[in-house]
Design a protein around this ligand. Structure first.
Ligand code: MEV
Length: 286
């Protein structure tokens, strides 16, 4: 059996692909489990499927690509909603395979194998999702540079609201790539906002963090990766006194996040978002 938790991006989706910093938060209570069992038939690799790719990547590494095994997934993480389900499923599967064969698995190797499998889901993954799903703490991540842990102790709440619409990270990443030079100002602004948010996290200044989350949503809109329902939920959260709100993850569907100062207010906003069509809501203390 292998387990992994999910993640949510606070700031820096898309710009992280271009080397700008991003901050993401592990969601330790939303998990996926993968169980490996003996099977009558050889494992059949389906290269279009992330999970199958993760299993194959692990089997290939262990030089057992034709083993008679099957996998069973039990997941609380909704798929294609920007919550890192593809990275998390891959982590759980790779951990399960290594455990099944009693092989030791160092974190560094696990991360490498997950990123290899993630290429199927994302084509050009920054590595942020894998890193956050492997971390117990919030992470600041910069592609090809590295990561550091961030102490999130804001005494505030992050509402995560699911639009119920499948996101498409691969398509969204391609959309930004197709903008070419036109995307540069938005990506630069997102990078700047991420650094400012990091500073205000250290100062525990929730209002300033909130303002910048909302500004980031505007930049993501300009990049063309938000959708009407996400925009509508962001507006609804702001109308009801969230200090900031934005879409989160690859976009073209998926989740929005809203930063709120106290729990009572978070519950009120969560209700309002449900009335407006959010299909699932999580409230995380951050
Ligand atoms: C997807 O969760 C985040 C993106 O920035 C893509 C990536 O980092 O690989 C959109």
């Amino acid at each position: 059996m292998g387990v992994s938790h999910s993640k949510i991006i606070l700031i820096g989706e898309h710009s992280v692909v271009y080397g700008y910093p991003a901050i993401a938060i592990p969601l330790k209570n939303i998990t996926v489990k993968c169980r490996i069992e003996k099977s009558k038939n050889e494992f059949m690799y389906n290269e279009k499927d992330t999970l199958s790719t993760a299993v194959y990547t692990a089997l290939k590494y262990l030089k057992k690509p034709k083993e008679k095994i099957k996998y069973i997934i039990d997941s609380e993480i909704p798929t294609k909603r920007g919550m890192g389900s593809s990275a998390a499923v891959s982590i759980a599967a790779i951990r399960a395979i290594f455990e099944y064969f009693n092989e030791k698995l160092e974190d560094k190797l696990l991360e490498e194998l997950v990123n290899e499998a993630e290429i199927v889901a994302h084509s050009k993954p920054s590595g942020l999702d894998a890193k956050t799903c492997l971390s117990d703490k919030a992470v600041k991540f910069e592609r090809n540079i590295g990561f550091s842990n961030i102490d999130l102790d804001l005494n505030a709440y992050l509402i995560i609201a699911d639009t119920g619409i499948y996101g498409n990270t691969k398509e969204a990443v391609q959309k930004v790539a197709d903008l070419g030079e036109k995307a540069k100002p938005m990506l630069e602004n997102l990078g700047k906002l991420a650094l400012e948010i990091e500073k205000y996290i250290n100062q525990k200044n929730i209002i300033e963090i909130g303002k910048r989350l909302s500004l980031a949503h505007e930049e993501l809109k300009k990049l063309g990766v938000s959708i009407e329902k996400s925009d509508m939920l962001v507006e609804e959260a702001l109308k009801n006194e969230a200090v900031g709100a934005k879409m989160s993850g690859g976009g073209l569907g998926g989740c929005i996040i809203a930063l709120v100062q106290d729990y009572e207010n978070a519950e009120v906003i969560a209700e309002k978002l449900k009335e407006k069509g959010a299909v699932n809501i999580w409230i995380e203390k951050i």
